[in-house]
Ligand binder design. Structure first.
Ligand SMILES: Cc1ncc(COP(=O)(O)O)c(C=O)c1O
Length: 380
């Protein structure tokens, strides 16, 4: 008989979510505003700990990235630099705005945007297009903070705003500051597989109260102040419902626990896979990078390990263990075949050699050991 399935990253409720949902029903606040939305935004602001930032809860992380671009004035004909090694949702909203994504490869230390290639891309776009890119979308992939000091320094030099895609990085810190608060805008996701969930949802981290008001305006159909429906801008229906926000408030109570559990999973993989030839668990390059380890990832060097990433993925699957290749870079995606790119093979190599291991809060010690023993058995 097959052993129980071990999943990559499942949602886990803390226990108090239903109290907040019940409150929403009892008070008839089952609309996209209300006390749970306000409470959830406040909880997130307190958690992120940057007094200048304001949060607006939205229907998805993708909506947060989209509205971030809207707020940065990205329009048709603009170019926006985007990390290539990411999920498509980092890049798609650039196209929603009629702009062109320009993909930049990663560096090896954090797997996020290479500051060197970022600068090369900016210079070359200015030379070729006669105007600079309108924004930079940098991602903290798998929860690992990007090299923000270097990236922000390039961004400042060319006066281009940075939008942080922190969808996977709630709870991660860079030099003691929470990811999502480092750029002009930040995007968070509460999708079902993230560190906390609202079943589906997201939030945007804004630089000021005025910016948050403007985001709210765009997120609620850009309705002007008038007794009738008056519209001077294109708007969106991107607000989070008060019911979903209730789940979020419950989840905020267990956020620290969830982050600790994912860090614990990662630390256990490091121990369990120690000294394996050709198999490396990805670790933070230094204590400046305090990852939430949303997903624990390994890289397999086939010439040393004697097996490939795909050999291992299939073996894990046959043992009823879910794993997944690292993100396929955007510059290799057919839909972005025509997009300019500044790449050096780093993300392409990671895609071919890397695998995400089961990393959720419901992964138990015996599960971690089961995963590790399948990986170890491959070496024989
Ligand atoms: C890196 C990254 N960006 C953006 C998103 C989009 O978030 P959402 O699914 O909440 O729209 C996700 C997750 O789905 C993600 O992993």
């Amino acid at each position: 008989m097959k052993q129980k399935r071990i999943w990559l990253s499942l949602a886990e409720m803390g226990g108090r979510e239903q109290e907040f949902i019940k409150e929403a029903f009892d008070s008839n606040w089952v609309v996209p505003l209300g006390p749970n939305v306000d409470g959830f935004e406040k909880d997130l602001e307190d958690y992120l700990g940057d007094r200048n930032k304001r949060i607006v809860a939205l229907s998805a992380g993708t909506a947060a990235i989209h509205l971030g671009l809207v707020m940065l004035g990205v329009k048709s004909g603009d170019e926006v630099i985007c990390q290539s090694f990411t999920f498509a949702a980092s890049a798609n909203p650039i196209v929603y705005q009629g702009a062109t994504p320009v993909f930049v490869d990663s560096e090896d230390d954090t797997w996020n945007m290479s500051p060197r290639l970022l600068e090369e891309a900016i210079r070359d776009r200015i030379a070729k297009k006669g105007k600079k890119p309108k924004a930079i979308v940098v991602v903290h992939l798998y929860g690992m903070p990007a090299q923000m000091t270097e990236i922000l320094s390039v961004a400042r030099e060319y006066e281009i705003p940075v939008l942080e895609d922190a969808a996977e990085a709630l709870g991660s810190e860079y030099k003691g500051k929470k990811c999502g608060t480092l750029g002009e805008y930040g995007a968070l996701s509460f999708n079902g597989n993230k560190v906390i969930t609202t079943s589906g949802g997201g939030a945007i981290v804004c630089p000021s109260e005025e910016a948050a008001h403007r985001v709210l305006f765009f997120a609620t159909q850009a309705r002007e102040q008038a007794p009738h429906y008056q519209h001077e801008y294109i708007g969106y229906n991107y607000r989070l419902s008060n019911v979903s926000a209730g789940i979020g408030r419950g989840q905020m109570l267990v956020l620290d626990e969830h982050v600790s559990k994912r860090r614990h999973n990662h630390a256990r993989y490091v121990e369990l896979l120690d000294n394996m030839r050709g198999v490396e668990v990805k670790k933070a390059p230094s204590s400046d990078y305090n990852s939430n380890y949303w997903l624990s990832c390994i890289v397999i060097e086939p010439s040393q390990a004697g097996f490939t990433r795909e050999d291992l993925r299939l073996q894990l699957d046959s043992e009823n263990i879910e794993s997944r290749p690292l993100w396929k870079p955007m510059h290799l995606q057919p839909v972005f075949a025509d997009a300019p790119r500044y790449v050096d093979g780093t993300s392409e190599s990671l895609f071919s050699k890397g695998l995400c291991l089961p990393s959720g809060t419901l992964v138990m010690e015996e599960d971690l050991q089961r995963v590790a023993s399948v990986i170890r058995s491959m070496a024989r």
